[in-house]
Design a protein. Structure first.
Length: 345
């Protein structure tokens, strides 16, 4: 089998800690032939660290040498780079979120369709073994028609103190667009990606603007903090389903918490930990799985799905239209918070 020739664009933490090591584990299917970063010194260091000889300062210089690229830049550049790569005839694997704005997502999808190339977004929570098991139960009608989703991604005083996470111009937002997007995307997928019709949201950032910060993930300047650190939302969908959503980088809560719960007409499924809740035989039954198959690290199945889709072996799990829907809701939450009114979609 011919290997997929991969290029990595942006070689910061997510590239070094997730994508490059994961692709190197798949050497029978993919080969990293080039990397690029606007910081040439970092690019050279990463190339030497991982044994990648071709290093570029500008991403377009690698296009003729690769079949696909993985985009790990700040959010502001996702659409620009993805469209350029697709127009050059390359498959694209882009870190989440898909883009800063829904119109950029639409342009990325149009470029993908015009080029006939794959476009995938790195929502790796879908590839967690609990998520895959929950999706199977939903598809096999174990919970009936999904009605209500509850999604929560809470961190206690863990604002990322590295990179550009608190830079609104480069990232577009904070805890919602960086972290909560994963739980939002996963919940939408488990619901079957129904069309959202109304979004009410509120964003906060007062806590991280206070002096004397206690932060477990490095230092940041509270005086220049300009993104959201806590977000709540209520989302209504076509067909009657709804979602209650909350996420935070820096909440005054007892401990970190990640949870997704889907309640259906005949049962419900909880993730993290995994439970199936049903009413059967005149009983209320709560089923806990003794074992859930799959990888503990979702990075490998995520990368494998993208590579196999490029090779024509399987379908994408995270379809770009679904990732755009997540971005549309994120955008609506921000707009709702700004106006103090619900946003119709």
């Amino acid at each position: 089998m011919e290997k997929l020739k991969m290029g990595i664009i942006g070689v910061g933490g997510i590239a070094q800690n997730r994508h490059i090591p994961t692709f190197l584990k798949m050497s029978d299917k993919v080969e990293i032939v080039a990397i690029s970063d606007v910081n040439e010194a970092t690019a050279e260091m990463v190339g030497e660290k991982f044994g990648i000889s071709k290093v570029y300062a500008h991403y377009a210089d690698m296009f003729e040498e690769v079949d696909a690229v993985t985009i790990c830049t700040p959010n502001k550049f996702h659409a620009e780079i993805a469209i350029a790569a697709l127009e050059a005839g390359l498959h694209v694997f882009c870190e989440k979120p898909m883009a800063m704005r829904p119109d950029e997502c639409e342009a990325m999808i149009a470029a993908s369709e015009a080029a006939g190339k794959k476009l995938a977004i790195a929502y790796h929570y879908r590839f967690m073994k609990e998520s895959i098991a929950a999706k199977r139960l939903v598809l096999e009608d174990e919970i009936g028609r999904p009605m209500v989703a509850r999604a929560k991604g809470m961190r206690r005083r863990k604002v990322p103190g590295w990179g550009v996470f608190t830079n609104k111009e480069l990232q577009g937002g904070g805890s919602l667009i960086d972290y909560g997007c994963h739980l939002l995307d996963l919940s939408l997928w488990l619901l079957g990606n129904p069309k959202p019709v109304e979004v009410m949201g509120t964003t906060y950032n007062e806590l991280s603007k206070m002096p004397g910060q206690v932060n477990q993930w490095g230092n940041f300047d509270h005086e220049t903090f300009e993104v959201d650190d806590h977000v709540t939302a209520y989302i209504k969908f076509e067909g009657g389903a709804s979602m209650m959503f909350e996420t935070s980088w820096s909440a005054n809560v007892k401990s970190d918490e990640e949870s997704v719960s889907i309640s259906g007409l005949s049962g419900g499924v909880d993730l993290f930990p995994f439970h199936l809740n049903q009413m059967k035989h005149g009983l209320l039954l709560n089923t806990e799985a003794d074992w859930v198959p799959g990888e503990d690290d979702p990075s490998l199945p995520q990368a494998l799905n993208f590579v196999n889709s490029c090779l024509g072996i399987e379908e994408l799990i995270v379809k770009p239209e679904q990732a755009m829907q997540t971005s549309q809701i994120i955008d609506a939450i921000y707009r709702s918070s700004e106006t103090g009114k619900s946003v119709s979609l």
